[in-house]
Design a protein around this ligand. Structure first.
Ligand SMILES: Cc1ncc(COP(=O)(O)O)c(C=O)c1O
Length: 386
């Protein structure tokens, strides 16, 4: 039997993960800044997440949301302190793309409009709806026709916002574009986007599947911008490694939805609720967003200082612990050198190395990553590291 993965093999057999590290079968340790596409932001096997999951295994594993169960009540209490402002309703799903799909359905139902606007370099998932609003043609074209109408506009360009019209149900944006190259939104752009959408009765969806849950230095990435979106999608980090995603909605939107508008067999299952409960506790108890902010600043400065003399390095950018090193070269070979040097990372866009570090990264880890990056970039440039 062969496993279909759709991802190129990294040639590494991993036998164990703990906190910010994984080990291969020969016992070699790797600093994991790939973190399962950013899922392991709270570390691999965070003890609180493991404890909650183990206890839940001994209680009940599966139960749809038509029935009540204590762990879901505990989850609602825990996440209440973390909810996006004004969003008192949460719907749980199993993956980021499912959360995006639901946000699109909600936008159509609430506004009665059909059109979606997304941005150049956006990534929102790979099922038919989320794929329709994902920028990269390579992902989209083999599967067309997708849903319509969709319009892509330039990210971070104020002029583009004139294109928003009253046919549009929602604009979906990533406060920090992840997959597309680790590109943070500019504050003046987000403010204008919020104003323009509000004026035209368009919903604003903040897709925080990658940026959300503390990674950028705030619980939610939109909070850097002094605005409030209408809908927020979350995933990856919120389950501490367990597959779970969420859509947050304010009352005035949630109240327009009724029985049968959506559904999911697994969404909100007791294990997922246990994972979100534990992850929320960790986020608060360890002041994770604050750690991500401080460590992200340190890490980014170290990278900028260490890489300033490389002509192939265009920019080191990011927010908190969501960091991209944009190169004038294909980053693939550098990512391989990093891996051989004991640091796992991933690509973003066509030209960036992306670090999605677990929040417990130490200064020593950062030094290791910086040295490995210098080596990777130097070898990719075809010269020796100095
Ligand atoms: C911003 C954003 N939205 C949606 C998704 C899709 O999430 P998933 O792969 O869990 O379906 C991703 C995944 O990388 C993402 O980064």
């Amino acid at each position: 039997m062969k496993l279909i993965t759709f991802y190129g093999s990294r040639g590494l057999k991993v036998v164990k993960g703990e906190n910010q590290y994984v080990w291969d079968y020969q016992g070699k340790r790797y600093l994991d800044l790939h973190a399962g596409h950013g899922v392991a932001f709270l570390g691999h096997r965070n003890p609180k997440v493991v404890d909650y999951l183990k206890r839940q295994l001994d209680t009940i594993i599966t139960l749809t949301t038509a029935f009540d169960v204590e762990i879901r009540e505990e989850m609602l209490k825990e996440i209440d302190d973390l909810k996006p402002e004004g969003m008192d309703n949460i719907f749980l799903l199993n993956s980021g793309t499912e959360a995006v799909e639901l946000s699109m359905k909600v936008a159509r139902k609430v506004t009665g409009r059909k059109k979606f606007v997304a941005f150049r370099n956006s990534f929102h998932g790979r099922t038919m709806g989320s794929l329709s609003i994902t920028w990269n043609k390579k992902y989209r074209e083999p599967f067309e026709p997708l849903i319509s109408p969709i319009e892509f506009i330039e990210f971070n360009q104020l002029d583009e916002l004139k294109k928003l019209d009253k046919e549009t149900a929602a604009v979906i944006f990533e406060p920090v574009q992840g997959e597309g190259g680790v590109i943070p939104a500019k504050p003046e752009f987000v403010k204008a986007l919020r104003e323009e959408t509000e004026n035209k009765g368009i919903l604003l969806i903040s897709d925080e599947v990658q940026a959300g849950f503390g990674r950028t230095g705030k619980v939610w990435a939109y909070q850097h911008y002094g605005i409030k979106p209408d809908i927020l999608t979350a995933g990856k980090a919120i389950g501490g490694g367990f597959p779970v995603s969420a859509v947050f909605l304010p009352d005035h939107i949630a109240n327009t939805l009724g029985e049968g508008d959506h559904g999911t067999t697994y969404g909100g299952n007791p294990m997922a609720a246990a994972a979100v409960t534990a992850s929320s506790k960790v986020l608060k108890e360890d002041r994770v967003p604050e750690q991500a902010r401080v460590k992200g600043e340190t890490f980014m400065k170290m990278l900028r200082d260490a890489l300033e003399d490389f002509r192939s390095v265009r920019e080191v950018r990011g927010l908190g612990l969501m960091i991209g090193i944009d190169l004038r070269l294909n980053p693939g070979p550098a990512i391989k050198v990093l891996q051989d040097s004991g640091v796992l990372s991933l690509k973003a866009g066509l030209s960036a190395i992306r670090f999605l570090s677990p929040y417990m990264i130490t200064n020593q880890d950062m030094e290791l990553a910086v040295d490995a990056t210098r080596k990777g970039v130097a070898e990719t440039e075809g010269k020796r590291s100095t």
